[in-house]
Ligand binder design. Structure first.
Ligand SMILES: C[S@@+](CC[C@H](N)C(=O)[O-])C[C@H]1O[C@@H](n2cnc3c(N)ncnc32)[C@H](O)[C@@H]1O
Length: 240
């Protein structure tokens, strides 16, 4: 991996949460990139020059999600916020052959960028992509009683202002003992930044993420851990 320029740290991966960029690069070089499946690397390279590349799930957070999927033996999953498909592809590569992912995004064009890699990886049959706002799809799913408690795993990476709305619905869709993972819960460190030094401290997403983090911490229905990987990823396990 050394000397491979596509694996050099780029702003889209580093959210500046670790002490130095070199330390983050170290984590990627020693632990993440050497184990990253080839299709994921291909998709990451394909996305690297996209003007919104910073939206992709960071590879270290992605590796953690894949491990969670394996630890829990997840088979039926749901993903809110697909972009070019990094987290979707890693989920599809990880769950069993007969696993299913319902993937929702308002933007089909982003998804189409990654689609050739997804197809080539031979896991397209596991994916149902729905082009829509996520909230109405979740509400629709909840109209069918059979969907309640039927998902093993949910990955949330869509519009941050709706995270709590997603949480309330996913708490019904995910089974007891199932996992909901929320990406970007440290929002570039702005959740704890000094307003004098960080101009966007008062931004709507920062404020909403601060509130979300408080609410999740106070939610007795879940076990939680906020892992400072990528841009911060909060993992919840539904208790009841
Ligand atoms: C941070 S990106 C997702 C990154 C993706 N998980 C990955 O690994 O590349 C957020 C995505 O959410 C989508 N999005 C924004 N608002 C949405 C909404 N209300 N419902 C569904 N998707 C939404 C955007 O189109 C964008 O592709």
């Amino acid at each position: 991996m050394e000397g491979d320029s596509s694996n050099r740290i780029i702003p889209s991966h580093s959210k500046g949460l670790l002490q130095t960029p070199e330390l983050y690069q170290y984590v990627l070089d020693t632990t993440v990139f050497p184990r990253e499946p080839q299709p994921l690397k291909e998709l990451r390279d394909l996305t690297a020059n996209h003007p919104r590349a910073m939206m992709a799930t960071a590879p270290d957070a992605g590796q953690f999600v894949a491990l969670l999927l394996k630890l829990t033996g997840a088979k039926k999953t749901i993903e809110l916020g697909v972009f070019t498909g990094y987290s979707l592809l890693l989920t599809a590569l990880t769950i069993p052959q007969d696993g299913k992912i319902t993937a929702i995004d308002t933007n089909h064009e982003f998804y189409e960028i990654g689609l050739p890699v997804i197809r080539k990886a031979g896991i397209g049959h596991k994916i149902e992509f729905i082009e829509s706002e996520a909230l109405p799809v979740l509400d629709e799913l909840l109209k069918k009683e059979a969907n309640e408690g039927s998902y093993d795993f949910a990955y949330v990476d869509a519009d941050k202002l709706n995270y709590w709305n997603y949480h309330e619905r996913l708490m019904k869709l995910v089974k007891v003992g199932g996992i909901i993972a929320y990406d970007n819960t440290l929002w570039g460190g702005s959740v704890a930044a000094d307003s004098a030094t960080v101009g966007h401290k008062g931004g709507a997403v920062t404020q909403s993420t601060i509130q979300f983090n408080k609410s999740i911490a106070a939610d007795p229905r879940v076990d939680i851990s906020l892992a400072p990987l990528g841009d911060g990823i909060t993992v919840c396990r539904r208790i009841y």
